[in-house]
Design a protein around this ligand. Structure first.
Ligand code: GLC
Length: 720
């Protein structure tokens, strides 16, 4: 359809019918509607009428082709204009085949596998009747108290932007009308949801516009530059106004400056939440603020359908605002081909073929291996072939390794660590004991674990957080492992045997009582459906750990927020002329995190040569090339992620001590030397000045190359 046809259709619709297109209801609303027009369950509670459902524009949820086909058919029979429903859902890191959580995927630094994971997730969603996924979530994160850090790819705007693009590419493909087994993406949560004060979910965000543009906004922009079809508002305030009512952010930046003309959907209930936020007295004011901000779809509250008719008829809201929202929604439906094919990819036969297929699970396995970070290893891993091992801990046999937002993922489907390790070690070489629960335990469990450990040469502890200890509304003020697990570690460590700890968690943890008590630490995050197999292969050395952290691990929560791309301050600790006391430091802790951004170990070792620059001067017309030789000095092959950081020594505003500007993966055999080559241009040195102009300044820059953001060798050049 073209715009004239849309405008013709809109012209035939009543005001109420148009406004109903702007509401999104969850699946039960469509189950509750009966032919007698009875209002049942949630509808009554929300004051949703049968006609509002009949004319609604989109549905949240639904997993299953047959169900989606039935609901769409019923809807089309009732909708007076034959306008199909959009089916939307949170397919964040897999539909039924669950991939590692996005924070783990970020640690893979593997854009191809990230894109592939989104393509597979989209395929499984599309054949099950979904048209839009509420992903990627690209909120930059610096505070591990916040439960939703597991949904992000980390603390760096450059890397987050690369992943945002990869996720959108994989989700949407090149042509949504033709590729019915891709779905539309919806980048979220716009904007800066990850900066919630104190890491408490839904809490206030208050940042300078410059800070927003430098750190928090780039990844949303990258997703939109990649063609992302939708944007979701965030729950939080932005400069004192909740995002869903923030005209400067939505109409000013998103639509006018960035030129986004797609569909903007509120987060769940975020329009009505303008009332408790204190920027709307009632639903009428909430509807008024949101429509003026350009929110096209109100998710799961009814301010629009209840209040917009009167707001328009009284002249307070120009009907054109409603029409433009309806137009954008119809255009999205058309892009998805729903007017020609309202069932799109929904296909029970394809469901049976592709859902949780071996091919999909193999991809999940590969990404789980590439997302697992080796944080410590003092001669314990990989496990010696003849060793007798004891696997102990609440995650030894747990299926709770899919993580939050695992849509139709099933814990019973997950490959558990105990089975995978037993298969690999062989008969009689593995004993398993739970030792304790995630947050509680018994003396009997402990004794059983000590007995199992007593008969083993090496102990593998499987520890971590329940998946509901992170994710939405999963903020924690104490980010250590639960005490019962720390007690278990202490008792096992007393045996004086080699101990490796595998962590299943949704955030960087305070590793006191872990990192200092065991010989090896493997960060598995929530590795997904094939997690147990991936971790077992890494433990026995059938696979190599190569992932690198994309979010810092603090020494303690007292350091938070701690991140690598920080400013230097006027009294940096450790400066040549620094005083002992009067510098920016803690009396009781170091400034640096326990484990920095970019950190990760391999089963081999690498040696770096000095970085070589093609010139010590750069101009806007002539970029410089940076090369660095890396040698595998160990006895096993390995993959090294060589990282390039830059520092603008003096800017018009203060500049971060390091900024990631590129990375290169080198796969090297033992003894092999490779060369990482980077091109650095003037464009990559641009930043927002105090007047928000985006440009570079001539002057001296330092470059840092190394295996992480801390252990680097440097050189310098001048931009002239
Ligand atoms: C939730 C989340 C959002 C999700 C939406 C729909 O509250 O904040 O990420 O997409 O509701 O489930």
């Amino acid at each position: 359809m073209d715009n004239q046809q849309f405008l013709g259709l809109i012209g035939k619709m009543t005001l109420e019918e148009k406004i109903a297109q702007l509401v999104q209801l969850a699946a039960p609303f469509y189950e509750g509607v009966s032919d007698e027009g009875q209002i049942t369950g949630p509808m009554e509670a929300m004051g949703i009428t049968d006609s509002m459902v009949t004319n609604s524009g989109s549905i949240l949820g639904y997993a299953g082709a047959a169900g989606a086909i039935a609901v769409q058919e019923a809807h089309l029979k009732k909708n007076p204009h034959g306008i199909p429903l959009l089916f939307m859902a949170d397919i964040v890191h897999g539909f039924r085949t669950i991939f590692p959580v996005p924070l783990a995927i970020g640690c893979s630094w593997d854009l191809e596998l990230a894109e592939k994971s989104s393509e597979i997730a989209a395929r499984e969603a599309a054949v099950s009747g979904i048209h839009v996924t509420f992903a990627p979530m690209v909120d930059l994160v610096r505070d591990p108290r916040w439960g939703r850090v597991m949904e992000s790819t980390g603390e760096d705007p450059y890397l987050n932007s690369l992943f945002a693009r990869a996720f959108v590419r994989g989700t949407q493909g090149d042509n949504l009308k033709e590729e019915v087994e891709r779905v539309a993406a919806c980048v979220k949560h716009f904007a800066a949801y990850g900066a919630a004060e104190a890491g408490r979910d839904y809490n206030t965000v208050d940042l300078s516009e410059r800070q927003m543009r430098e750190y928090y906004l780039p990844a949303y922009k990258a997703a939109l530059d990649e063609g992302c079809e939708m944007v979701m508002t965030s729950f939080n305030t932005v400069d004192g106004i909740p995002a869903s009512a923030n005209e400067k952010l939505m109409r000013g930046l998103l639509r006018e400056e960035w030129g986004f003309d797609g569909v903007l959907i509120s987060d769940w209930g975020a329009v009505k939440e303008l009332i408790p936020h204190g920027v709307a007295e009632d639903e009428r004011e909430a509807a008024y603020r949101a429509i003026r901000a350009g929110v096209d779809i109100e998710m799961m509250t009814a301010c629009y359908v209840h209040e917009l008719p009167e707001l328009v008829r009284s002249g307070r809201v120009d009907e054109a605002l409603v029409d433009e929202a309806v137009l954008r929604i119809l255009q999205l439906k058309d892009k998805l081909g729903l007017f020609e094919n309202p069932h799109r990819g929904a296909n029970p036969e394809r469901e049976a073929e592709v859902i949780f297929s071996r091919e999909h699970r193999d991809a999940a396995y590969e990404l789980a291996v590439k997302s697992t970070v080796l944080l410590k290893n003092e001669g314990v891993l990989p496990l010696r072939p003849e060793a007798k091992a004891a696997l102990i801990g609440p995650f030894a046999s747990s299926g709770d390794i899919l993580g939050p937002w695992s849509w139709d993922g099933r814990k019973e489907d997950a490959v558990k660590l105990d089975r995978a390790l037993a298969e690999r070690l062989g008969e009689g070489r593995l004993t398993v004991a739970e030792g304790c629960g995630v947050e509680s335990g018994t003396e009997e469990q402990l004794q059983e674990a000590l007995a199992a450990a007593g008969g083993a040469d090496v102990i593998v502890l499987a520890l971590g957080e329940d998946s509901d200890m992170s994710g939405e509304a999963g903020s924690r003020s104490d980010i250590r492992l639960p005490q019962v697990q720390l007690d278990l570690i202490a008792r096992i460590a007393e045996l004086g045997k080699p101990v490796a700890a595998v962590l299943f968690n949704g955030r960087p943890l305070d590793l006191h009582g872990v990192y200092d008590r065991v010989d090896a630490v493997v960060e598995a995050w929530f590795p997904g459906s094939e997690g147990g197999a991936a971790i077992a292969d890494i433990l026995i050395g059938a696979a190599d750990p190569s992932a690198r952290l994309t979010m810092s691990f603090p020494h303690s929560v007292g350091q938070v927020p701690v991140y690598y791309n920080h400013y230097n301050t006027g009294r940096p600790q450790g400066a040549p002329d620094a005083q002992v006391r009067y510098v920016s430091q803690y009396l009781d802790a170091p400034n640096e995190p326990l484990l920095p951004f970019g950190f990760g170990l391999s089963y081999t070792t690498f040696e770096y040569g000095a970085p070589a620059l093609s010139s010590d001067e750069m101009t806007a017309e002539s970029p410089i090339t940076i090369t660095v030789d890396v040698t595998n000095t160990g006895a096993r092959a390995g993959i090294e992620t060589v990282q390039l950081y830059v520092r603008d020594v003096a800017g018009e505003v203060v500049r971060p001590v390091r900024e990631l500007k590129g990375y290169a993966k080198l796969e090297l055999a033992p003894g092999e030397r490779g060369t990482a080559v980077f091109t650095l241009s003037e464009e990559q040195l641009r930043y927002h000045h105090s007047d928000l102009s985006f440009k570079s300044d001539p002057g001296r820059f330092e470059i840092f190359v190394g295996p992480n953001s801390r252990d680097t060798s440097n050189a310098s050049f001048k931009l002239i």
